[in-house]
Design a protein around this ligand. Sequence first.
Ligand SMILES: [Zn+2]
Length: 207
Amino acid sequence: MLTKKRRSDDPDDPLRRTFYGWDPQDTIERNWANNRGYWVLGARASRESYVLFSYSDQHEVVMAARIDAIIDAPGKPGRKIIEGQPLPEDHPVYQEYVGGPTPDSARVRNPVTYLESSVGGWPCGCGCGKEIYAGEFVRGHEQTALHQRVAQIGTIPEFLRWFDAVRAGTESGARTPGSAVVNQAGHLDLTVGGDGSVRIQFIPAEA
Ligand SMILES: [Zn+2]
């Protein structure tokens, strides 16, 4: 929660600020530099990804930033400085909160509150580890994910035949199994599980 911009009266300010607080006339960079510290922040702050700044006069979120690190404020025991970057206007977290009302959980006297949000920050569905904010994949990665699976089976025709066979198998169900012809030397291994399940495995002979 930010107050209106006012002159800093701390000669030992580790950020060497002359002002702190929110000024709508200042640039976002200036407002960020004036307000990223120093705060009383608990251990939980280190697990947060973003910080929102509300302007107390308007009960409105005025700035959002990505948290890169929470560091100790030099010379200020128990106080912390946030390292990071103000978010651009097209960022989903910015779009969700900036310009909107201060979230209910922050409408208390405590200058710092924590809120749960499902906006942004889940991993791409292909497993590459990139963070995404909408949908399930980084653009194009669904193709990568699909082709990786095709490659595990073989060529595209091989994949299609395998897929159709698996689907046909699932749909006809185990109750009416079709006949299978094995034109290969090998042996059949039959296992009966402890739960009564029966498993038959064909093991081809060594070439
Ligand atoms: Zn991906």
